[in-house]
Design a protein around this ligand. Structure first.
Ligand code: GLA
Length: 382
């Protein structure tokens, strides 16, 4: 966690509200493999990272709530008895959504104050939204002793996103952010919502993120649209989710659906399989195999599921050209954000300086490089 940022947020809180807050750190996440599989009841392989949201919360003596977004320098005040989504409300909707979902459970809240800020770059695909939702629900749970379990909390966060932000996301981001474990990835079964922690020995390799610094429009509607394609296909096959469908069973439907939908569904079935194979590769210490699966994941996201973009494809192509990188793919929902790369440790500088230059030449835009640490999930900061 970013200690200087924490200090700034706490002193801002004390300055505005003249009281000492509870402080929560809620991390963003990366995902090794298993993309768009979460809402198909499949497997994902995320980890929480050391970048995230820091939220300071305390009860208010007034009869309204007040939230200050530190990074944006924006303040918002509202009444707990008139919560509704705000059109183009940005960060406000994540907070209101969480409150609304808590209220829907019949839980009453009293007014509170918040200052929050973070160090996850906007649009990087590192789930600053899940980190924010989790920080709020976790903070309110502590503040008002709501006795919500961590699982209750992640479903509240997820529904906030469905109902107030309008993205019908799966559970991966909220789970990883809440349950993350230092130095570990979590192989999460999105049907049972149980995970197994893996400490991966990357040998001489390291994980490196490269941010395209683009976020293309329509990514939300494209996301929801992909989700409904998956649900339609599994319904046509009388299955609960694509997780329950084999490639052979899908083939029987080939003439009844568009080729586009067929490709999307087969991507999901294959990606669920790749995620399980990745766990096996890790268990048998086969990092090269893991890298190959990561490259295959990108090919599927690019050509079959069609959620990549030129900038992401360019970065993955550059990775393929380099002997130093053994696996690279777009990460998260797509249409921008980061690639995740498995790269030889002592080649990082060479590779990144070459990629940064060629990216700039090609897109007249900077890409950013991040090295990350795997962190523990949402927690109180003392
Ligand atoms: C977004 C969603 C997740 C997941 C990923 C794609 O991050 O919030 O639920 O579907 O996209 O894997």
């Amino acid at each position: 966690m970013n200690k200087p940022l924490k200090e700034k947020i706490v002193s801002k809180f004390i300055k505005i509200y003249k009281s000492q807050p509870l402080v929560i750190f809620s991390p963003g996440r990366i995902n090794l493999i298993g993309e768009h599989t979460d809402y198909n009841d499949g497997y994902v392989f995320p980890a929480a990272i050391d970048k995230g949201i820091i939220a300071a919360v305390e009860k208010s003596k007034t009869n309204y709530c007040s939230v200050y977004a530190y990074d944006k320098k924006e303040k918002y005040q509202f009444n707990l008895d008139s919560i509704a989504p705000i059109p183009n409300g940005g960060w406000r909707n994540y907070i209101l959504g969480v409150i609304s979902e808590i209220q829907k459970k019949g839980i009453g809240l009293s007014p509170f104050n918040i200052v929050f800020g973070g160090d996850i770059p906007d649009g990087a695909g590192l789930s600053s939204s899940a980190a924010l939702e989790n920080s709020i629900v976790f903070g309110l749970n502590e503040l008002f002793q709501l006795e919500l379990s961590k699982k209750d909390m992640i479903f509240i966060s997820q529904k906030a996103e469905h109902n107030y932000v309008g993205v019908k996301c799966g559970i991966m981001d909220q789970y990883a952010s809440m349950f993350g474990k230092e130095d570990h990835f979590l192989l999460l079964d999105c049907r049972t919502i149980e995970s197994k922690a893996y400490q991966i020995d990357l040998k001489g390799y390291e994980l490196l993120l490269i941010n395209t610094n683009v976020k293309h429009n329509l990514s939300d509607s494209a996301y929801n649209n992909r989700r409904s394609v998956c649900e339609n296909v599994s319904t046509m096959l009388h299955k609960k989710a694509l997780r329950d469908v084999t490639e052979k069973e899908l083939l029987a439907l080939k003439d009844k659906i568009s080729d586009d939908d067929y490709q999307k569904a087969s991507y999901i079935i294959q990606e669920i399989n790749r995620t399980q194979k990745s766990a096996e590769a890790i268990k048998s210490d086969d990092i090269l195999k893991l890298g190959q699966l990561i490259y295959q994941s990108h090919a599927g996201l690019q050509h079959q599921y069609k959620v990549s973009c030129d900038e992401l494809d360019f970065l993955v192509d550059k990775a393929k050209e380099s002997n130093a990188v053994i696996g690279s793919r777009m990460m998260g929902g797509g249409f921008g954000g980061c690639t995740i790369n498995l790269i030889e440790k002592n080649q990082i500088n060479n590779f990144t300086s070459e990629v940064t230059k060629s990216y700039k030449t090609k897109f007249d835009n900077e890409c950013s490089i991040y090295q990350i640490k795997l962190s523990s999930g949402t927690h109180l900061v003392t």
